[in-house]
Design a protein. Structure first.
Length: 273
């Protein structure tokens, strides 16, 4: 994708979401885990593969999973709201981390609850889910690095997964929405080999910083899960017109490239949300 088009789209989304970035504390972070996601963006093109780093923060009662770059973007916006850089017109767009995943996932195991926060163009939404994951733990075992791991199987949202968890880290958590095993999920991949999460590092924290989410996200409109994905699909199909409504102009060549880019991102992690 042309860099100029990328800059226009980044400026558009920043302009739509820059305000109201005060933060809300959810818990205190006791440990952090870094995952790498390797994913096939286009279901028809195995070579169209992307990579992105994710962070899992765990507190006493809750955990939060998000793209590392999305976290950095929210941090920049929070700084702007706090007066460190208040004008988007003066912002150097090259310093804003790019991400294909803007969601935040908050898990509350005691309530068996997953809260999913994301934005669609100008609007913030959230939905609540109680997945009730039905894991099948197998006898298969292997070492991943210096961790003793055991395999477990799961079907969720149209994909069949094989996860490797470890009792060496007795934390019932993992990437994305997944949790509920006797130990931390170290590696997880779907049977189509289109989505794979790998644990890269983990750390227990001495100091316990706030686990936070922007106030704008926290106050997003609560909708049923099905309605969220319906709205998301509609926004993707009408992105060019939404950009035009906001005063941004794309020439025919740029418009064609945007549409082609969207067309090739047709392989979400949840095939049947």
């Amino acid at each position: 994708m042309d860099k100029n088009i990328g800059a226009v789209l980044l400026f558009f989304f920043m302009a739509c979401n820059i305000y109201g970035q005060k933060t809300v504390d959810l818990d205190q972070v006791e440990s952090r885990y870094i995952y790498l996601l390797t994913h096939q963006k286009d279901s028809l093109d195995k070579a169209n593969v992307g990579e992105e780093y994710f962070i899992l923060e765990r507190g006493k009662d809750r955990s939060q999973f998000m793209s590392l770059n999305s976290y950095k973007r929210d941090s920049v916006m929070a700084e702007m709201t706090n007066g460190l850089n208040t004008k988007i017109s003066k912002l150097d767009l090259t310093t804003i981390p790019k991400t294909n995943f803007t969601y935040r996932i908050v898990k509350d195991p005691a309530k068996k609850q997953v809260l999913f926060y994301d934005k669609i163009i100008r609007n913030d939404f959230m939905y609540e889910e109680t997945p009730g994951f039905k894991w099948k733990i197998t006898e298969e075992k292997k070492m991943i690095g210096n961790l003793k791991c055991q395999a477990a199987l799961l079907s969720y949202a149209g994909r069949d997964y094989k996860a490797w968890f470890t009792n060496d880290i007795p934390v019932s958590d993992g990437p994305y929405k997944f949790y509920g095993l006797p130990g931390l999920i170290v590696e997880m991949e779907d049977s189509r080999k289109q989505y794979k999460f790998e644990l890269l590092s983990y750390k227990n924290l001495g100091e316990k910083p706030a686990m936070w989410i922007s106030e704008k996200r926290a106050n997003g409109k609560k909708v049923p899960k099905a309605d969220f994905y319906k709205a998301l699909k509609n926004s993707q199909e009408n992105l060019v017109s939404e950009i035009s409504k906001s005063g941004f102009t794309l020439d025919p060549s740029a418009e064609a490239k945007v549409k082609e880019r969207i067309k090739k991102r047709n392989n979400p992690i949840e095939l049947n949300p």
